[in-house]
Design a protein around this ligand. Structure first.
Ligand code: Z5A
Length: 214
């Protein structure tokens, strides 16, 4: 049996990850490929408790950047071993709504914890399990924020409640990361129309994982 393919989606808030993941999932199912979708932080019982602490619980209000980094890593360490790796071993494709690049960019660059420390913690959390492909949905941070606010309809959570400059730094951090990993990270213009973005992602998957579609 062929191992499943691991695809992650990255980008700043409101860039359209959930929208595109749903479309890719549906296209893959249509051609008979089993798909599992994950989100971070979260995706396991342990991870969902961590998500609440990171985003919503009042106890998270005074959290240090270092504690934040370790909590994101803890959620991912659980998700990789409990969900992602077993699914891939069973031949299921996994589409992740955020993975380790989020930690590199939000905590390493946005929070200023540094790429070396974050790289070491990321490696400990996920081991060898890197995505086969990553789609970075890139767009103006203010426009993405406006989209997220419009679709959410409630108050921003702890992670979203940052100044615009933080999200602009995050955007540049992602673009720099994509330059450093051009084989894995595909930059997609997320300001384009939903169908055109979907088509671009699908073409890349067909091209890159050709043998699964024959
Ligand atoms: N975080 C971190 O700091 N470190 C880490 O290691 C990890 C995460 C894993 C998780 O947020 C937060 O944790 C996030 C990073 C941080 N913080 N921030 N900010 P989350 O999981 O709650 O949410 P999110 O990942 O930021 O995504 P989102 O806001 O849910 O948005 P999205 O999934 O990317 O977008 P969407 O829901 O598909 O689309 C948003 C709206 O735009 C919706 O109305 C769509 O219909 C519309 N849309 C989508 N595409 C288009 C196009 N192409 N044109 C026009 N409108 C569109």
């Amino acid at each position: 049996m062929k191992r499943g393919i691991f695809i992650s989606f990255e980008g700043s808030e409101g860039c359209g990850k959930s929208t595109q993941i749903a479309r890719l999932e549906s296209r893959l199912r249509d051609v008979g490929i089993a798909v599992l979708r994950t989100r971070e932080p979260g995706g396991t019982a342990v991870g969902e408790r961590i998500r609440d602490l990171l985003q919503h619980a009042p106890e998270g209000a005074g959290m240090t950047s270092e504690a934040e980094l370790l909590l994101f890593a803890a959620s991912r360490a659980q998700l990789v071993r409990e969900v992602i790796q077993p699914a891939l071993d069973a031949g299921t494709w996994v589409i992740a709504d955020r993975f380790l690049d989020s930690t590199t960019v939000y905590q390493g660059i946005g929070r200023g914890l540094g790429l070396e420390a974050v790289g070491a913690i990321n490696a400990f959390a996920v081991g060898e399990r890197l995505p086969d492909a990553t789609f970075l949905l890139d767009m103006d941070a203010a426009v993405g924020h406006a989209r997220a606010v419009a679709s959410r309809g409630d108050a921003p959570d702890r992670m979203e409640d940052q100044p615009l400059a933080f999200f602009e730094t995050v955007r540049q951090g992602y673009l720099d990361l994509a330059k450093a990993h051009p084989q894995r990270i595909h930059v997609i213009d997320a300001s384009d129309g939903i169908e055109r973005i979907e088509q671009r992602i699908w073409l890349q998957c067909r091209r890159q994982f050709d043998e699964f579609f024959r």
